[in-house]
Design a protein around this ligand. Sequence first.
Ligand SMILES: [Cu+2]
Length: 113
Amino acid sequence: MNFKSTRTGLSILAASGFFALAHAQTAAPAASGAMQMSAGTMTDGEVRKIDKENKKITLKHGEIKNLEMPGMTMVFQVRDAAMLDMVKTGDKVTFKAEKAGGGIVVTEIQVAK
Ligand SMILES: [Cu+2]
């Protein structure tokens, strides 16, 4: 039990650390007057299907600006199968997708508030 709660605490810490970093990176170009910031944009979506065995998720998504992709429903690879424990079918989510290894990989996902 103790181990589990420690692990959860660590991953929350890691996630918030990552967030702080992302914010810091976003702040720099804005300060220098650059308005276009495409990399690392969060995209809205809705979970249609989860395939844990194959580390895949089907998302109905809005425009993914950093990939220049219009809204559609499609299957994504996820970076880490544990990400699929954080969402369920029907959830409205925000996620980050990047090109990696010839495919598109979801690198971050969270239930939309
Ligand atoms: Cu798509």
